[in-house]
Design a protein around this ligand. Sequence first.
Ligand SMILES: CC(C)(COP(=O)(O)OP(=O)(O)OC[C@H]1O[C@@H](n2cnc3c(N)ncnc32)[C@H](O)[C@@H]1OP(=O)(O)O)[C@@H](O)C(=O)NCCC(=O)NCCS
Length: 360
Amino acid sequence: MKDDIKKEITYKYLKEDELNGISRLIKSMKKQSDDILYIRNNSIEYYQWMYFNNPAGDAVIASAWHKGVLIATFALAPKKALINGTEMIFGKPMDMFTDPDYQGLSIMSVLTKMVFEEAYKKGIDAWFINPSGNSYPIFKNKWGYKELFEMFFRYRILNLKILASTIKTEKSKKAALKAAAFFGNPFVSLKRNKNYKYDIQKTEYFDQRFDELWERAKKDYKNAIVRDSTYLNWRYNENPDKYDPYILLSGGKIYGYVVTKNTLRRGVKTGEIMDIFYDRDLPDAGHELLLYAQERLYEQGCGVCQAWDFEDSLLSKLYLKAGLKKKRAIVKTLFSPDCEIPNFYNKEHWLMTESDGNDV
Ligand SMILES: CC(C)(COP(=O)(O)OP(=O)(O)OC[C@H]1O[C@@H](n2cnc3c(N)ncnc32)[C@H](O)[C@@H]1OP(=O)(O)O)[C@@H](O)C(=O)NCCC(=O)NCCS
């Protein structure tokens, strides 16, 4: 039976006018409704933006079909990056899904082979992936991917009342509200004491001053996605989801930015620190950007604020100082096994924020 189905499956690289199939497949595999978990858009517009409007180049998308229906997909998006201080294109695999009725038929083995072969042809020979619990053993044990560091979320509670209101049982809810009343809100007291040294403001568009910032500040970031204005406008302005970028100015010059987004996790409105990049020569620039971002997230009604981190990361101390002290949820991160670029596997070199992961 399995062999009969396998013979009927056809494979091809996906084209721009076939995105409807991916949107349908991925939406159908979602386990929770958008009221409980909303991380990102899954519309055709999202896939158009992600796969075909990327300034670093079109994505490589492989798909499997059965009786005219798209049943599996796997893609790799190119990313312009600075690796070991040199600009190159590396890849970010994403959207790895096989319809549950067709899992275990080696379909993903075929799709990954197609994608990586095509990526090599395009000169992309290194990538990192954030696998799910299902795909982690396949990448790590079967295909020998390297685990350089353990990524996790660092978070802080911004508003206990908001967290308490999402608790289902009445008894626990009452206890949480009591705790909220007793402890007050540590975040608000911190905010009251804060005097900013620098001017921080919202921005709508990333102009050429961001190219200057990237050129000036990149010396301190050896492995990082190139955060120039073209990339930033694509990533945050042209994306069908909403992002809030804030910039830090001193003497009329931009010294850094932070980008936030609202998501919903377990029904709790969550403030994500998507990206933070700043000139490390300016004292306290990163710290002030993080505090400012948290204030805005608090005002937007977020119960929690969180950011991606790994031990000894470039941003780790900054997150801790800005109050993101608690750890939760490990995000598996694996690197392709046969990359020969020097320092690709050097964890101290990586600047990695949640926006580099693409999923939010
Ligand atoms: C993860 C997922 C994409 C795998 O798809 P699939 O089509 O069932 O995978 P395949 O049958 O092609 O398996 C891939 C290979 O890994 C092997 N494999 C499967 N489970 C494994 C495990 N636990 N350890 C090691 N190898 C494993 C398979 O034997 C196969 O190798 P083979 O072709 O040489 O036999 C699918 O389970 C899925 O869509 N899950 C839900 C969504 C998800 O978690 N996506 C991943 C997001 S990163």
